[in-house]
Design a protein around this ligand. Structure first.
Ligand SMILES: Nc1ncnc2c1ncn2[C@@H]1O[C@H](COP(=O)(O)OP(=O)(O)OP(=O)(O)O)[C@@H](O)[C@H]1O
Ligand SMILES: [Mg+2]
Length: 334
């Protein structure tokens, strides 16, 4: 069985454990018997398990590694968590995937140590034949409230827009505000839950098991990455660096995050909220996906007033509807 075929079977099971042999037979244009033989092989290899019989049989991916550890925050160091708890369970993964986990786990554990104020830090790993998932949780103040307080934001939801921009830190003497920006982009799924809010980055829309009530204290970070991911940290850092430089110089901002439910982007104050801290970047890509239209004052504030105040920051709008583009062009002529 080729690696590609194996991955495709495992993915089919992860998606839905029912009717697997028939679905695989259809998808790969083989007989049901052949598909059943593939499944038998994966069962023999202990990568999948089944329950039920006949047409009711259901398959699932076997948990290959599982560990949970509760640490007192005082005196904890992120490299210890990596070395003792996580690295030993990922030793056989490709180097690029191990490097990504090393980065993201140490960044998120460092956040819990330095920013949460929690008594305990809880780290959990789960691995199956397709993916590894790591959770880092604390019982502290909660990330969105902490950012809201530090930046004096009107609504904790604005903390999510600020996190998405990057270079957001509440402790500039010791931090640069890169950990969440890069960790969230390098994972297949990245989710921060705190209070009733989520900060989510998930290209495939797959869901993860909810393990905390909405009212739980503190912050929970969930990260998932395919064990054979082709991604590399270097390619990601390069994507947000200026050419020939290694610094974090560019960001992509989902403009729709500035739009609260049912709200249209029309006012100068909304524009100021959007452009807050943009001057720290050489280039800001403004992703207008999900934004139908913008108002004249909003466009003028972003594309004329901000540009004139900070000519060293280039604004590059993408995914504009014709209505948004019209306002953009008008502001640029002003
Ligand atoms: N577990 C947490 N509890 C409370 N606040 C948090 C937590 N994790 C992050 N934060 C808040 O989110 C901000 C952004 O985190 P991020 O990791 O992106 O940057 P940083 O830790 O400040 O800087 P860097 O990661 O570059 O050292 C932090 O400055 C902090 O205010
Ligand atoms: Mg950090």
């Amino acid at each position: 069985m080729t690696a590609d075929l194996r991955r495709s079977i495992l993915a089919a099971i992860a998606q839905d454990g029912g009717n697997v042999a028939a679905r695989l037979a259809g998808q790969h244009e083989v007989s049901r018997q052949s598909a059943s033989a593939w499944l038998a092989k994966l069962k023999q290899d202990r990568l999948v398990a089944s329950s039920g019989v006949g047409r009711g049989v259901r398959y699932r991916l076997v948990t290959l590694a599982q560990v949970r550890q509760v640490y007192p925050r005082a005196g904890l160091r992120e490299d210890r968590v990596w070395r003792e708890l996580i690295a030993p369970r990922l030793g056989d993964l490709p180097a690029n995937v191990r490097d990504i986990w090393h980065y993201a786990v140490t960044e998120m554990v460092n956040n819990a140590i330095d920013h949460s104020g929690s008594k305990r830090v809880i780290v959990k790993l789960l691995r199956d034949a397709l993916n590894t998932t790591v959770h880092v949780a604390d019982e502290g103040e909660g990330i969105f409230l902490k950012i809201q307080r530090a930046l004096n934001l009107y609504d904790p939801r604005e903390a999510i827009l600020e996190l998405a921009k990057g270079k957001l830190t509440t402790d500039p003497a010791h931090h640069t505000g890169e950990g969440i920006f890069f960790s969230s982009k390098v994972m297949d799924a990245f989710d921060i839950r705190s209070g009733i809010l989520h900060f989510m980055h998930d290209e495939r829309g797959a869901d993860v098991l909810l393990e905390r009530p909405a009212s739980a204290p503190g912050t929970l970070v969930l990260m998932r990455l395919a064990n054979d991911s082709p991604r590399t940290l270097k390619a990601l850092f390069d994507q947000f660096a200026a050419p020939e430089e290694y610094t974090f110089a560019k960001t992509i901002v989902p403009v729709r995050l500035a739009q609260h439910e049912g709200e249209k982007l029309v006012s100068r104050s909304q524009a100021k909220r959007l452009t807050m801290r943009f001057e720290r970047f050489q280039t800001v890509v403004l992703d207008f996906a999900g934004v139908e239209e913008i108002g004249q004052a909003f466009a003028d504030e972003v594309f004329r007033v901000f540009r004139q105040a900070y000519p060293a920051t280039a604004l590059l709008p993408i995914n504009m509807t014709p209505a948004v583009e019209k306002m953009f062009k008008r502001a640029m002529q002003g």
